[in-house]
Ligand binder design. Structure first.
Ligand code: ADP
Length: 240
């Protein structure tokens, strides 16, 4: 049997990944021999000091930058040597959430969420808006769907970003410091919502964070230091 086509393959499977920025004297290796797998449905938090390589790793997994050395398979797609068309196709199967919600100010919350379905030619505009409305309801924003981002709180905007990331039923969610701009309560609300919605859909999450207040959502915490993974601990909580 060819293991690489097995349907139960890990959504993220990284082997011996090394990454260097710059050339000549400015050359700087920021990821070294990284090995990491994310299992189906698993929630993995990536922590570590600023500059340890977390965002670089996340952007490689998200096919937002090109691989150099090693192997990175994401949702069955090998990214080393992958063509731009394959990387674009993969990005459509990933839900991204960034530190700043990145919503478009001239669109309503519903239109922002619907926009991430625009590439799905099988859906009419009305279908997209309906699905966006249902997703906004799931994040508790049914009454705010027709407001522009400026009329929402920071926590509400980040909940719209969660809805936008999940509405396309992604096979993987990648989040970079999603609570950095939020107070404790809103930050916890957002990540608990993200966890519950992703779990109910079976979508794994890889989330970069500095925020110790949200570590409880993790199934596993992976710590990075100076471009290497220094620990990877499964949480043993019985409460889940
Ligand atoms: P983290 O997310 O853990 O803060 P990053 O992945 O952002 O770490 O950065 C890792 C290292 O790579 C840092 O030393 C940073 O300065 C450097 N770096 C990040 N982006 C670039 C870039 N575009 N060009 C050169 N160096 C970069």
């Amino acid at each position: 049997m060819d293991g690489s086509t097995y349907r139960g393959e890990a959504p993220v499977e990284i082997r011996d990944l090394t990454y260097t920025y710059g050339e000549g004297d400015l050359k700087r290796t920021v990821l070294r021999d990284v090995e990491l797998s994310v299992r189906p449905g698993e929630i993995v938090l990536l922590t570590g000091p600023s500059g340890s390589g977390k965002t670089t790793l996340l952007t490689l997994i998200g096919a937002l930058r090109s691989m150099q050395d090693g192997s990175c398979r994401v949702l069955g797609q090998e990214l080393r040597g992958a063509k731009e068309t394959a990387r674009v196709a993969l990005r459509r199967r990933i839900g991204f959430i960034f530190q700043n919600h990145n919503l478009l100010g001239f669109l309503t919350a519903r239109q922002n969420v619907a926009m991430s379905l625009e590439l799905d030619g099988s859906l009419s505009d009305q279908d997209r808006l309906d699905r966006a409305g249902a997703m906004l309801k799931a994040v508790g924003l049914a009454d705010h769907a027709d407001k522009p981002p400026a009329n929402l709180s920071g926590g509400q905007r980040q909940r719209v970003a969660v809805a936008r990331a999940l509405v396309g039923e992604p096979g993987l969610v990648l989040a970079d410091e999603p609570t950095a701009a939020l107070d404790k309560v809103s930050g916890q609300e957002v990540v608990h919502l993200l966890r519950d919605l992703a779990k109910s859909r079976g979508a794994p999450i890889l989330l970069v964070t500095h925020d110790p207040r949200i570590l409880d959502i993790a199934d596993r915490i992976v710590a990075m230091e100076d471009g290497r993974i220094v620990s990877s601990d499964a949480k043993t909580s019985a409460a889940g």
